[in-house]
Write a protein that binds this ligand. Structure first.
Ligand SMILES: NC(=O)c1ccc[n+]([C@@H]2O[C@H](COP(=O)([O-])OP(=O)(O)OC[C@H]3O[C@@H](n4cnc5c(N)ncnc54)[C@H](O)[C@@H]3O)[C@@H](O)[C@H]2O)c1
Length: 443
C-alpha cells in the first residue's frame, strides 16, 4: 500500500490527527489494518467495527486486538452482533468520539439515533460508500445533518479506482473461488452500469461472456450500448442467463419473481454495498429448500428440483468470497485519511453542516503518492504552457466540473439546491452554477 505508507512517513512527525477520536466502521481486512495503524501513527485514537457481517478477516481483527487496538468484529456476525459491535465503538468509558469514518452509514445512523448528544459533538464524518453518501445527502436535505461530512465515494481517487478497477479484478476472483464456473460463452446480466458495473462488465467480456446490462439511467444505458453491451430489462433475459450480478446500490432489483424464472444452476450474487439488492428474504419460504454447499455458497432448491446458486447470501460477493488488491485499497485509504485530516484540521467555518467533496488538489496528491509504483514520470508544465492553460504549475490540473466526476455526483450535490432543479441543463454545473461545492470548492 504505497500511498498510505508514504502518507504515514510524510505526516508522521506532524501528527495531524492528534486528539482525533475516530469511530471506524468499515470492512476489516489486512488493508484496513494498515489504515488503522496509519491513523494511530498520525496521532488518532480509534475504535473500530465491521460494516459487513461476512467480510471480516478474523486473523486481522485478532491481530489488531492483540496489538491493543479496540476492534469489535468477526466473520459471520448476526445482525444483533453487528449493531452490538458498532455500539461498543461509540459508547465506552472516557471516550467521546469526534470523527466518524463510515462505509455504509451504519455508525453514523447508530450515533444519530441512539447517541444524539454525542453525535452533535462530532467534528466530521468521512463516508466511503454510495449508499452511505446517499443517506448523508438525505439527512442534509431534511436538515438533520448537524456536522460536516466528506463524500469520499465521489472522490475521483475512490470511484474511478476502487469501484472500477478493484471490482474488475475481484468479481472474477470471487466467482472462481466460490464456484467452478467456466466463463467463456456464459450469458451474464449485470444490473447497473455505474463504476462497479462497468468494471464487472469489462472483466467478464474479456473472458468471453455474453453480457447484458439493465439500467434506469439513459446516460449509463447509452454508455453500455456504445461499449458493446445489450441493454435489456431483467425480465427479458432472466430465463436465459447463467449469472446474475447486481451493482446498483438499490433495493429489490432481483425479486422472487425473477428468481422463480431463472434456469437451473443460475449463479446469483451482489456487488453492491448492501444486501438489499437481491430479495434474499423472499427465498426463505417453506416451498424452497436451502442447502449450504460450502461457506458463502447456498443452493436454493425449488420443488421441481431446479436450484440457483446464491453467493454470500446476497451480500458483497467480492469482499465475502475473495480478497481485494491492496494497491487499489491504498488509493482509497489515502483518500480517507486525507479527508479525516482535512475535516479535523479545517478552521471554523470552512465546512458547514453539509456534504462536501474532497478538493481536487487532494485527489491529485493521492494519485501522485501512487505513481512511483509504476515508475511513472509526470510531464511538468512550462511557464508558457501554464499561462496558456490558465493553470497553476502545481495543480489542480482540471476544473472541478471535468468529467472525472460522474454526472450523477454533480446531480446529487445540486439536488440539495432547489434553484438547480429548473432544467436538466442546470443540473450540470458546467453550464450554469457558480456557487455549488462542485464549481467552487473551498480550498
Ligand atoms: N463490491 C465492491 O467492492 C464495491 C466497491 C465500490 C462500491 N460498491 C458498491 O456498489 C454499488 C454501486 O456502486 P457504483 O459506484 O457503481 O455506483 P453508481 O451510482 O456509479 O452505479 C449504480 C448504477 O445502478 C443504476 N441503477 C440504480 N437502480 C437500478 C435498477 N433498479 N436497475 C438497474 N440499474 C439501476 C444507476 O443508474 C447507476 O448507473 C454501491 O452500493 C457501492 O457502495 C461495491
Amino acid at each position: 500500500m504505497p500511498g498510505i505508507m508514504a502518507l504515514r512517513k510524510r505526516a508522521g512527525d506532524d501528527k495531524p490527527l492528534k486528539n482525533a477520536k475516530i469511530v471506524g466502521c468499515t470492512h476489516i481486512n489486512a488493508q484496513t489494518a494498515v489504515l488503522i495503524e496509519t491513523l494511530v501513527e498520525l496521532g488518532a485514537q480509534v475504535r473500530w467495527a465491521a460494516c459487513n457481517i461476512y467480510s471480516t478477516q478474523n486473523e486481522v481483527a485478532a491481530a489488531l486486538a492483540y496489538a491493543g487496538y479496540p476492534v469489535f468484529a468477526w466473520r459471520g456476525e448476526t445482525e444483533e452482533d453487528f449493531w452490538w459491535c458498532i455500539d461498543k465503538c461509540v459508547a465506552a468509558e472516557n471516550w467521546q468520539p469526534n470523527m466518524i469514518l463510515d462505509d455504509g452509514g451504519d455508525a453514523t445512523h447508530l450515533m444519530l439515533k441512539k447517541y444524539n448528544a454525542m453525535f452533535k459533538m462530532i467534528q466530521g464524518i468521512v463516508e466511503e460508500s454510495v449508499t452511505g453518501v446517499h443517506r448523508l445527502y438525505q439527512l442534509s436535505k431534511a436538515g438533520k445533518l448537524s456536522v460536516p461530512a466528506m463524500n469520499v465515494n465521489d472522490s475521483v481517487t475512490k470511484t474511478k479506482f476502487d469501484n472500477l478497477y478493484s471490482c474488475r479484478e475481484s468479481i472474477i476472483d470471487s466467482l472462481k473461488r466460490s464456484t467452478d464456473i467456466m466463463f467463456g460463452g456464459k450469458q451474464v446480466v449485470i444490473c447497473g452500469y455505474g463504476e462497479v458495473g462497468k468494471g464487472c462488465c469489462q472483466a467478464l467480456k474479456g473472458l468471453g461472456c455474453i453480457v447484458y446490462i439493465t439500467e434506469i439511467d439513459p446516460i449509463c444505458a447509452l454508455q453500455a450500448s456504445m461499449d458493446g453491451f445489450r441493454v435489456m430489462k431483467l425480465n427479458e433475459v432472466i430465463r436465459n442467463v447463467d449469472i446474475v450480478i447486481t451493482a446498483t446500490g438499490n433495493k429489490n432489483v432481483v425479486t422472487r419473481e425473477h428468481m422463480d424464472k431463472m434456469k437451473n444452476g443460475c449463479v446469483v450474487c451482489n456487488m453492491g454495498h448492501s444486501n438489499t439488492e437481491i430479495d434474499v428474504n423472499s427465498l426463505r419460504t417453506p416451498d424452497l429448500t436451502w442447502e449450504k454447499v460450502r461457506s458463502q455458497v447456498d443452493h436454493v432448491i425449488w420443488p421441481d428440483g431446479k436450484r440457483i446458486v446464491l453467493l454470500a447470501e446476497g451480500r458483497l460477493v467480492n469482499l465475502s468470497c475473495s480478497s481485494i488488491p491492496s494497491f487499489v485499497v491504498s488509493i482509497t485509504a489515502a483518500t480517507q485519511a486525507l479527508a479525516l485530516i482535512e475535516l479535523f484540521n479545517a478552521p471554523p467555518g470552512r465546512y458547514k453542516s453539509d456534504v462536501y467533496l474532497l478538493p481536487k488538489k487532494m485527489d491529485e496528491y493521492v494519485a501522485s503518492l501512487h505513481l512511483p509504483t509504476f515508475d511513472a514520470h509526470l510531464t511538468e508544465l512550462t511557464d508558457e504552457q501554464a499561462k496558456y492553460m490558465g493553470l497553476n504549475k502545481a495543480g489542480p490540473f482540471k476544473p472541478n466540473y471535468y468529467r472525472l466526476l460522474s454526472l450523477k455526483s454533480c446531480q446529487i450535490v445540486h439536488a440539495n439546491k432547489p434553484t438547480h432543479k429548473k432544467s436538466l441543463v442546470e443540473y450540470c454545473c458546467r453550464y450554469k452554477c457558480e456557487s455549488c461545492i462542485v464549481c467552487k470548492p473551498k480550498r
